[in-house]
Design a protein. Structure first.
Length: 337
């Protein structure tokens, strides 16, 4: 397959490069990453069967990273690639190059999702960060956060629903026809409709090591064991993750179970357990900052796509992009690798 030729600089490009400062963070990321290894992962993508010559896969992947960092829609990314010199430089475009339109961007992201490559790409970047000694393994902070669906919550049906097999009236909290994967849940006395993001974050470095998306109805504790890496010294989590089996399993693996104790009507917390919970709460607090950045800085206040699979791909790309930015902060310009 013949790919488009991009990046053949002219004299005009040299003049623009000398006059513009560009983005220091983007240039730093370009220096840090072994893009050849990333390109090896991207080779698993199927070749387009027909149509115009596609853009190089690495160029398209870099465009998706820009989309995450700046919270852009596909049309907004199309416009920015055509207009912003720092974006063009990061992707490898020069002044005379035609940049991808929003349909091309959408199709490339779909191809990543269908090939399950976004998780492998996340793992490759994490491997490179780990190889620089930045993953500390002192502990893993796990938590979950609700992500409202891209569609409006479906309204209760006007007509009465038929009784179920048990003779009871079914719930009026119906699912959405447009987004069949989103579900209802209740938190703090309020109903939410959508998804739930689960992450495992390296204590001290704030590097995201695990991520998973579920529908909102899934209890926080269900995917918790998938967020535990197995090589950390401790796991920190709030009361939602408190299970005797999990504590025993972690201890058996040599991992300190720093899970906040959960009281019940038969067993209120002792003073010692309260002090333990306070100490764990202070140490697990940085995981909340991850979700604050996802929703605030990265614009993920609600799901952008329809369906669990597309939004899972989006979460992997977001976490990958966050790790790259964190890497650039931990290794500022002038620090030896």
């Amino acid at each position: 397959m013949a790919y488009r030729q991009v990046g053949q600089a002219s004299f005009a490009d040299a003049l623009v490069s000398r006059r513009g400062k560009g983005s220091s963070v983007l240039r730093r990321i370009c220096e840090l990453v072994d893009w050849a290894a990333v390109e090896c992962v991207l080779r698993s993508l199927a070749e387009p069967e027909r149509g115009a010559p596609p853009y190089p896969r690495l160029v398209m992947f870099k465009a998706l990273l820009l989309q995450q960092w700046y919270g852009l829609s596909d049309p907004e990314l199309e416009e920015a690639l055509d207009d912003r010199a720092s974006f063009r430089e990061f992707c490898g475009f020069v002044l005379g190059d035609e940049t991808p339109d929003h349909t091309t961007i959408w199709r490339f992201r779909e191809a990543l999702q269908q090939a399950d490559l976004e998780e492998r790409l996340f793992g490759e970047i994490l491997r490179q960060i780990d190889a620089r000694g930045l993953v500390l393994r002192r502990g893993t902070l796990i938590d979950a956060s609700l992500i409202p669906a891209a569609v409006k919550p479906p309204k209760p049906p006007k007509d009465p629903l038929p009784l179920g097999p048990d003779g009871r009236a079914p719930s009026k909290l119906v699912n959405s026809e447009r987004d069949a994967d989103a579900r209802w849940t209740k938190k703090g006395g309020k109903r939410y409709f959508g998804y739930k993001a689960h992450v495992g974050v390296d204590q001290g470095s704030a590097i995201i090591r695990r991520s998973k998306l579920t529908d909102a109805a899934v209890n926080d504790t269900v995917p918790a064991d998938e967020l535990i890496c197995g090589d950390e010294k401790a796991v920190y989590a709030d009361q939602a993750y408190d299970k005797h089996e999990r504590r025993a399993l972690l201890a058996a693996r040599g991992i300190k179970p720093r899970l906040m104790f959960r009281p019940n009507k038969h067993h209120p917390l002792t003073e010692r357990q309260k002090r333990f919970n306070d100490a764990v709460g202070r140490r697990r607090a940085p995981v909340e900052q991850v979700f604050a950045r996802l929703k605030g800085v990265y614009g993920w206040a609600r799901a952008r796509y329809l369906g669990l699979a597309r939004n899972q791909t989006h979460l992997h790309l977001l976490c990958l992009a966050m790790n790259l930015k964190r890497w650039a902060m931990l290794r500022p310009t002038g620090v030896a690798l």
